[in-house]
Design a protein around this ligand. Sequence first.
Ligand SMILES: [Zn+2]
Ligand SMILES: [Zn+2]
Length: 193
Amino acid sequence: MIRSFAYGMLSSNICIVSDGGEALIADAGGYNEVMLRYIEKNNLKVKYIVLTHGHYDHICEVEKYLSLFPEATLMYHPREHAVLTDPEANLSPWLGREHRSYDLPHKCINEGDIIRVGSLELKVLHTPGHTPGGICLLCEGEKFLISGDTIFDNGYGRTDFKYGNETELHRSLERLYPLCREYDLYAGHDTGF
Ligand SMILES: [Zn+2]
Ligand SMILES: [Zn+2]
């Protein structure tokens, strides 16, 4: 199953996907007791923390998550490393008023990879444009799509930040539009950003 929680000034969504006592957390832009209680109450073992992309509003609590769930593996697309390690690109001076570079031990995930959570399979779709290593997670079993800031209910991601690319975004959107008709959308923000 999937449950989403919204945090911070931009209401970034964090999704918890769980099955058979295992959990994956998508994005790390905030945390609070409600979310931690949810994990505790359902007795979930957090196996993965996956970043849809490296903007500050989706990653600012990643170190806290890694210390709360030391057995979890951090995962993101290789092209996103440039964003995570560059304060100008990860927007930390703008959104967090701090210059941050996130160079953390992680496992790379690429187009077509399957991440298993209990008996659920999440397929990695590389959807660049908003950022170069942006990804979506597609769950065919439960028919949902975690889309980060690539596509929202009422729009799509900006390309005017550093490393944004309009041509790539259009290609990604062409791929995602048909899926949005078939799958429940869990975007990075409810209102678009
Ligand atoms: Zn973003
Ligand atoms: Zn965002």
